[in-house]
Design a protein. Structure first.
Ligand SMILES: *[C@@H]1O[C@H](CO)[C@@H](O)[C@H](O)[C@H]1NC(C)=O
Ligand SMILES: *[C@@H]1O[C@H](CO)[C@@H](O)[C@H](O)[C@H]1NC(C)=O
Ligand SMILES: *[C@@H]1O[C@H](CO)[C@@H](O)[C@H](O)[C@H]1NC(C)=O
Ligand SMILES: *[C@@H]1O[C@H](CO)[C@@H](O)[C@H](O)[C@H]1NC(C)=O
Ligand SMILES: *[C@@H]1O[C@H](CO)[C@@H](O)[C@H](O)[C@H]1NC(C)=O
Ligand SMILES: *[C@@H]1O[C@H](CO)[C@@H](O)[C@H](O)[C@H]1NC(C)=O
Ligand SMILES: *[C@@H]1O[C@H](CO)[C@@H](O)[C@H](O)[C@H]1NC(C)=O
Ligand SMILES: *[C@@H]1O[C@H](CO)[C@@H](O)[C@H](O)[C@H]1NC(C)=O
Ligand SMILES: *[C@@H]1O[C@H](CO)[C@@H](O)[C@H](O)[C@H]1NC(C)=O
Ligand SMILES: *[C@@H]1O[C@H](CO)[C@@H](O)[C@H](O)[C@H]1NC(C)=O
Ligand SMILES: *[C@@H]1O[C@H](CO)[C@@H](O)[C@H](O)[C@H]1NC(C)=O
Length: 712
């Protein structure tokens, strides 16, 4: 469904000046309407100003900025995929009829909240001939293309005539994801960048090393040394051999390059973080002599500690394409402030020297000058909690740049005693003080601790999602769902926008449905609620999909007889589908004839098995973590089974004869080594291969895009 264009008329000027209005996009675009509209479906061309074809933005966060031409080509792809418009990209010195002209220039109003010029600003003019985008830099022009796609989406391609001058209030806008305590595949991170970019967010901070809590009161040294800890970059360099022991849950240089490049193509910069001297158990597991008595902390006075960190950074700095890199540096031993200062300053000097000053360094807010820390003011601080620091007094007044990651918008995946799992609109729109949240709100409990909006040492805001309780607390895609509904609202606030909750709700679904270059919802196109339906009527190599969608299956070695798929000896049925996200019902009849464990369904995000060799429980596996039911499919009996996803819960409904029951897949989260908490787990439906390794019969496989009325 296409929504009508929402033009909010805020104030009226005399007619020859036009009407001041706002285009309800996310972030909001201030706009002066002149009346009438341009029908974007008439568009034939994107013309890139020949003078600036190869221009790049030198002021942004990335060292690999795309040229104006490259941004134009990505825009071209999006016009095709989102709006079905087939247009050319050409070079020219002037605009043409039915074109969008991309050029660079400077206008009054290309300034941020502190009144400083920003390369991310743009002007957008729409008239009867098409549109002209004047970016302060190619990146500014790119953000204007996001506005155009959003306006066209909510207006059925009728761009209102008029003009906008738009600029972000802050230059650092985005999120931080804890990829240390949970692995996220390369493709997921790239899809997330597409998501962030659509709402003009420009950084994706990846926390690349960490460990679950080292409960020193509980664990022996041996237990600490085998606790879950990970370092996500994989290098064959001898200097770091043994540091990373999870080859399969890491990024090679090629993969990390691909992530950074794909994200940069959409204006998003990956900010890498390697954490030390706290949260550094993975380094101590590699070199146990470097630990303090709490082995998750490095002993900075050990003569090999700083050289080890320099070896690690020396190995990986050449991988990174951002202007800022993050060394972590939070939650360290409070008695060792002087060591901490020395560590941070030595690493800062090292990084600047190694990169010939092309990179600067960031740390988490930890020890303040008042507590005796004396960190170079060239190090920027990422504030996270007011019990660590009051950024305005502790850092800004001492000349430090501060990025706001206050825990007002913190999330912890799966479960937490302190933080929510899902970001809500209420937090963003109501804010802590009765008005929307904003990057200058460092302290959500005491207003007077916050700087003025125009304070130039506030660099922006990044919302954090942590995985305190390790890899089995959540699935990969649940990180996206933690942010799905409200992160774009926060993106508006990070930009400096003033979209209201009602406006946001009026456009969110329509905008969300068209975000280019990602399918984080794992949506599947379908003519009706029934996405796929196999009835196994004839013994042929192709199984016809009765849903009308044409998702026919291909049989690899199995026999079909008596309306049943006969599974044995590793044969399987292949579908053209991957995964289906929330909500769904995947139902089938099954009759296992052996307890030999096999795969009922397998897909890129998950697997559904009837055991693993030592247990026979029905089990979903996601990200290598098994989630088992207290249930085994009975042998030599037909059972009607439905795997159901409803919101963030996953159920299995089984009926044998007249008895029927519903069970929920849960995760058992280990909390600090001394308690366990059961929590819901949301697993995508695995759809690529059916029955591989399973022995028995299957009938009537149906996938629906909804959950039954009352599955819980
Ligand atoms: C706009 O002004 C900025 C700041 O003075 C300058 O760096 C930039 O090159 C100018 N852009 C154009 C396209 O002239
Ligand atoms: C990585 O995965 C492959 C294939 O699944 C497996 O053979 C290999 O043992 C794994 N390596 C590690 C280090 O886990
Ligand atoms: C830290 O290292 C220094 C120098 O090797 C050593 O004297 C000290 O005992 C170590 N501290 C701890 C807690 O191991
Ligand atoms: C902090 O470090 C700076 C630069 O090294 C130095 O000039 C200054 O005296 C130090 N301040 C304190 C309080 O130690
Ligand atoms: C599950 O969804 C509910 C409702 O949105 C939410 O309150 C809860 O925090 C979610 N739990 C997890 C583990 O995501
Ligand atoms: C708020 O912060 C100011 C400055 O730090 C302080 O003087 C005041 O007591 C605080 N108010 C409350 C209610 O804590
Ligand atoms: C910031 O804004 C205030 C008004 O809110 C003004 O008094 C002050 O001069 C401004 N500061 C700068 C550096 O522009
Ligand atoms: C099967 O799963 C159980 C429970 O998760 C686990 O303890 C066991 O080691 C697994 N067995 C195999 C062979 O993977
Ligand atoms: C399995 O049964 C145990 C004991 O009744 C219960 O604590 C646990 O939550 C059950 N597991 C699931 C996944 O429901
Ligand atoms: C498997 O199911 C049985 C009950 O059928 C239960 O006792 C056992 O704990 C389950 N195993 C796992 C790993 O959940
Ligand atoms: C998840 O990991 C914890 C250890 O952190 C473990 O105690 C728990 O059993 C695991 N949960 C499942 C469902 O395997």
């Amino acid at each position: 469904m296409r929504l009508r264009l929402f033009l909010q008329v805020c104030s009226f000027a005399t007619s020859w000046l036009g009407v001041q209005a706002r285009l309800v996009t996310v972030p909001i675009v201030p706009f002066t309407e002149t009346g009438g509209s341009y029908d974007l479906s008439a568009l034939t061309e994107i013309v890139v100003d020949s003078r600036y074809v190869n221009a790049i933005d030198h002021n942004g966060q990335t060292l690999i900025p795309p040229t104006l031409q490259e941004f134009a080509e990505t825009f071209q792809e999006d016009l095709k995929s989102v709006l079905g418009l087939d247009v050319q990209v050409s070079k020219g010195s002037a605009r043409k009829k039915n074109s969008i002209f991309l050029t660079l220039g400077n206008q009054t109003g290309f300034v941020d909240a502190a009144g400083k010029w920003t390369a991310e600003a743009y002007e957008l003019k729409v008239d009867g001939t098409g549109a002209v985008i004047t970016g302060a830099s190619p990146l500014g022009a790119w953000w204007a293309t996001r506005s155009i796609i959003q306006i066209a989406t909510t207006s059925d391609s009728a761009l209102p005539k008029g003009s906008a001058v738009d600029a972000p209030g802050w230059g650092t806008r985005g999120v931080m994801l804890d990829a240390g305590r949970h692995f996220y595949p390369e493709e997921f991170l790239i899809e997330m960048c597409s998501y962030l970019s659509f709402f003009k967010q420009n950084i994706f901070h990846l926390h690349l090393s960490d460990n679950i809590y080292n409960n020193v009161g509980l664990y022996s040294r041996e237990e600490s040394l085998s606790l879950y800890a990970a370092f996500r970059l994989w290098s064959d360099d001898e200097a770091v051999a043994g540091l990373n022991r999870r080859a399969n849950e890491s990024y090679t240089r090629t993969q990390f390059d691909n992530i950074q490049t794909k994200c940069a193509q959409r204006g998003v910069t990956i900010i890498p973080e390697i954490e030390a001297p706290g949260h550094a158990l993975v380094i101590v597991q590699w070199k146990p002599e470097l630990g303090l008595s709490d082995l998750s902390m490095l002993n900075i006075s050990h003569p090999d500690t700083i050289p080890t960190m320099k070896t690690i950074w020396g190995t990986f700095l050449p991988w990174f394409h951002s202007k800022v890199v993050h060394i972590g540096a939070d939650e360290y031993e409070s008695g060792l402030v002087a060591d901490y200062t020395r560590f941070v300053n030595e690493m800062n000097t090292f990084i600047q020297e190694e990169t010939a000053g092309t990179k600067s360094m960031r740390i988490w807010g930890t020890f303040t000058p008042e507590e005796g820390a004396n960190v170079s003011t060239s190090v920027s601080i990422q504030h996270w909690e007011v019990f660590e620091d009051l950024p305005y007094y502790d850092y800004i007044e001492n000349g430090y740049h501060v990025l706001n990651s206050d825990d007002y918008v913190y999330l912890v995946g799966g479960w937490s005693g302190s933080y929510p799992q899902v970001l809500t609109e209420t937090k963003i729109f109501d804010g802590p003080y009765g008005h929307a949240y904003s990057p200058i709100i460092f302290d959500a409990t005491n207003k007077t601790d916050n700087p003025a909006r125009n304070n130039s040492l506030v660099v922006g805001e990044a919302a954090a999602l942590w995985n305190d309780y390790g890899p089995n607390s959540t699935t990969v895609l649940s990180a996206y769902y933690s942010w799905r509904v409200a992160l774009p609202a926060l993106a508006d606030k990070q930009w400096g926008g003033d979209i209201t909750a009602d406006e946001y709700d009026s456009v969110f679904d329509a905008l969300h449905a068209v975000i280019p270059d990602q399918n984080l919802d794992r949506a599947i196109e379908s003519k009706s609620d029934t996405i796929l339906h196999y009835t196994f009527e004839s013994n042929s190599k192709t199984v016809t999909d009765k849903s009308g969608n044409g998702y026919d299956g291909t049989v690899h070695g199995c026999k079909i007889a008596d309306k049943s798929l006969h599974l044995a000896d590793g044969c399987y049925l292949e579908t053209p589908l991957g995964s289906k996200g929330r909500d769904y019902t995947l139902s089938f009849r099954v009759k296992p004839t052996s307890h030999i464990p096999g795969t009922l369904f397998a897909g890129p995000d998950s697997t559904f098995v009837n055991g693993n060799g030592s247990i026979t429980n029905a089990t979903l596996i996601s990200g290598n973590n098994p989630y088992s039911l207290n249930y085994t499919l009975p042998l030599n009996t037909w059972t009607d089974v439905s795997l159901i996803a409803q919101g963030n819960q996953t159920f299995l409904q089984v009926s044998e004869g007249s008895s029927s029951k519903t069970m929920e897949f849960l995760t058992r989260i280990g909390v600090n080594g001394d308690s366990l908490v059961w929590a819901p787990i949301a697993v995508e439906a695995p759809l690529t291969r059916i029955g591989e390794g399973f022995t028995g019969l299957m009938q009537n496989i149906v996938l629906k895009g909804s959950a039954p009325e009352s599955s819980s």
